[in-house]
Each structure stands twice: as structure tokens, then as C-alpha cells.
Design a binder for this molecule. Structure first.
Ligand code: COI
Length: 353
């Protein structure tokens, strides 16, 4: 075990020195963990207030105090971003400083110190470079990088942890969902409440909805759309993605007002769609509006852009256009074109490593 309490895995227990082409079956990538070579670790102790210089270490288990803040009280945040290999074989990150800013915003809400944007982006570049051989070939997927900010200090009383760990690991991934999304609308369980943590990437935002999502999946749905807890009338988001509704030339999405995760793909799509001449509206969207839309789609780092195939609410099922010629298809091509270097980045969104 090294000084930061990280158990190092032996080279043999991971993937030794195998070359890129035989690391894994790139054609069968899913959104599931494939352990890679290195992770990045940085610490911040109480009193210091700032993260000290971090470092790469072999990917492996992390040793935690049984009374760590994260294990006992869920004091933690996650992020997600991807490294893409282009046809030119270059590796690009997409707007990583936005993840840094979102982590800082979440840390402020969760009473945690956070890495500076420079430390965050530097750690992501190092993690991607150290695991470069795991960035899938063009068109096969991407390297998903998962930064975590955790209260790792021991604490028994209900209070902020005395020590924090920033950690970033990586896994090659394929599609989060294949095909289009078939949603049920959840009207008993709420994902977020006003004043809660739905607007940040708290680790505690996800497991409370597992039961609702598991039940929906058992009925054949891909995922669930959650409604706003205050009125139960407006759509908010799905388990791990934002939602957009299109009608004519107008594209609408729920506003960032504390209960919606401020997605970086969401933000990007708002900008890209307005260049393409669409009218964008960020506002409360009643469920009926979704049920009467021409098209609907979801956005997120893990899923990129996925068309909504159907929405079912209280036995009523509505189907939408998907595939060739749809708006989500155009947006998908534009977004992934920029991310992989096929379309010129005129916005300074790409960080090449
Ligand atoms: C992402 O899209 O990166 C997410 O964080 C969603 C999920 C996998 C938690």
C-alpha cells in the first residue's frame, strides 16, 4: 500500500503489457467497467483547504476508514467525461474545464474543498495519457473517465470529513443504451427536490432511484422519466441524462434551477441547436407537452444523444420519430463530429492530449 492508502494492483493482475489491438474486443464494448492501468489520486487534509500535488498510481482498490465521511454519510461527488480517438489517431477531451467547474459547484454545496480547474484538467489529461492504449479505435467507443471527490477522513458525528480524496479512473466504454429509449413516467418517486442536491453530481443522487428504474426495466422499459417533486406535472430528467422536446422549430428542455443536472452535453446541444437555426427554450415542460412532441431526445456524457422511441404514462403510450432525418440524428452527428475531430472545433471545446 502506498502513502495515500491505495493498494496497487500488480501489472499481471491488470493487463500486463498487451498491445492495444488485443486488449479487449473493441466491437463488444458496453457501458461496463473494464479496469485500466492507472488512476490519479490527490489529497486534501483538514486545515489545508487546498489539494496538494497529485500523482498517478496503478489502478486498484482504495483503502478507506470504516468511519470515513463518504461511507457513513455519503459525502461525495462524481463526474464523467470521455477521451475520444479520432480518425487521425489523435486523442481529444471535450470541455473538461466544464466538469471541473461543475465539481467545484457541487463541492461548495456538499461542504467539501475541490481541486482547482487547473488541477482537475491536469489530472484528467494525465489519466487519459497513462491509459492511452485503452482509448478505443475510432468508431468503437471512448475512454470514460470517472473523477470522484470523496470525504475519506474518519468522522463519527454528522459533520464534514476531515480529509478528502480526489480520484480519477478510466474504462473503455461503448454505448450506454443501444437503440432508442423507451420510457415510463415515474409519478411516485422523485429524483430531486427544490433545495436538495439534484442540481449537482452528488453520489447520493443515483441509488435512491434504483428501485423505480429496476421496476420499470422489469416491465421492458429502457429507463424512467422523473417529474418535478413540487407539482408532479413537469418533466425533469431521466436516471442519468437530460431530456429535450422538439415541436416544429422549437426545442425545449427543463431549466437549470436546482433540480436538474447541468449537463455539459445539454449545454453544448443548446448552443449547437441554436447555430442550426432552432429556437431554444429552457423552461418548465408539462408532461402533456412531451406526450404531444414531434420528437424527443436525451443527452449526457455517457449516452451522448439518444432518441426517445416512446413514452408511457398511466397506460398511454406515445411513439416518436427516430433514425435517419431526425433532429437528434443531426445533433448526434454534429456533436460526435466535433468530439472526434471530423468537424472543426471553432469554440475551443477540444483539449487534445
Ligand atoms: C454521465 O453521463 O457521465 C453520467 O455521469 C451519467 C451516469 C453514468 C451516472
Amino acid at each position: 500500500r502506498n502513502a495515500v492508502g491505495v493498494q496497487t494492483a500488480s501489472d499481471a493482475s491488470i493487463n500486463g503489457d498487451r498491445e492495444e489491438h488485443d486488449l479487449c474486443n473493441w466491437d463488444e464494448l458496453k457501458f461496463s467497467l473494464i479496469p485500466t492501468d492507472y488512476m490519479y489520486v490527490m489529497k486534501c487534509s483538514s486545515g489545508e483547504g487546498a489539494f496538494s500535488q497529485g500523482h498517478l498510481t496503478r489502478y486498484g482498490n482504495v483503502e478507506l476508514s470504516p468511519s470515513s465521511g463518504v461511507l457513513n454519510y455519503g459525502q461525495g461527488l462524481l463526474e464523467g467525461l470521455k477521451a475520444y480517438r479520432g480518425d487521425d489517431n489523435r486523442i481529444r477531451l471535450f470541455r473538461p474545464e466544464q466538469n471541473a467547474l461543475r465539481m467545484q459547484m457541487g463541492a461548495e454545496r456538499m461542504c467539501m474543498p475541490s481541486p482547482t480547474a487547473e488541477q482537475f484538467v491536469g489530472s484528467i489529461k494525465q489519466t487519459a495519457l497513462a491509459n492511452k492504449r485503452w482509448v478505443p479505435p475510432p468508431g468503437k467507443g471512448s475512454l470514460y473517465i470517472r473523477p470522484l471527490l470523496l470525504g475519506t477522513g474518519a468522522i463519527l458525528g454528522v459533520a464534514p470529513s476531515p480529509e478528502y480524496t480526489f480520484l480519477a479512473y478510466a474504462s473503455p466504454v461503448g454505448n450506454y443504451f443501444t437503440g432508442s429509449m423507451h420510457f415510463s413516467v415515474e409519478d411516485k418517486v422523485y429524483r430531486a427536490i427544490p433545495g436538495g442536491t439534484g442540481g449537482i453530481k452528488s453520489i447520493t443522487n443515483y441509488s435512491p432511484i434504483y428501485k423505480a428504474v429496476t421496476q420499470a426495466k422489469a416491465k421492458g422499459f429502457t429507463d424512467v422519466i422523473f417529474l418535478d417533486a413540487a407539482t408532479g406535472k413537469n418533466i425533469e430528467e431521466a436516471t442519468a441524462c437530460n431530456i429535450f422536446v422538439a415541436k416544429g422549430n422549437v426545442i425545449s428542455t427543463p431549466p437549470i434551477a436546482g433540480t436538474i443536472l447541468p449537463g455539459i452535453t445539454r449545454k453544448t446541444i443548446i448552443e449547437v441547436a441554436s447555430w442550426l437555426g432552432y429556437q431554444i427554450e429552457e423552461r418548465a415542460i408539462p408532461l402533456e407537452e412531451l406526450m404531444n412532441a414531434d420528437e424527443a431526445f436525451c443527452t449526457g456524457t455517457a449516452i451522448a444523444i439518444k432518441p426517445v422511441g416512446s413514452v408511457t404514462y398511466q397506460g398511454q403510450r406515445v411513439e416518436y420519430k427516430t433514425g435517419e432525418g431526425t433532429l437528434s440524428e443531426t445533433l448526434f452527428r454534429t456533436l460526435t463530429g466535433i468530439q472526434t475531430g471530423r468537424i472543426e472545433d471553432t469554440m475551443g471545446w477540444i483539449v487534445e492530449i
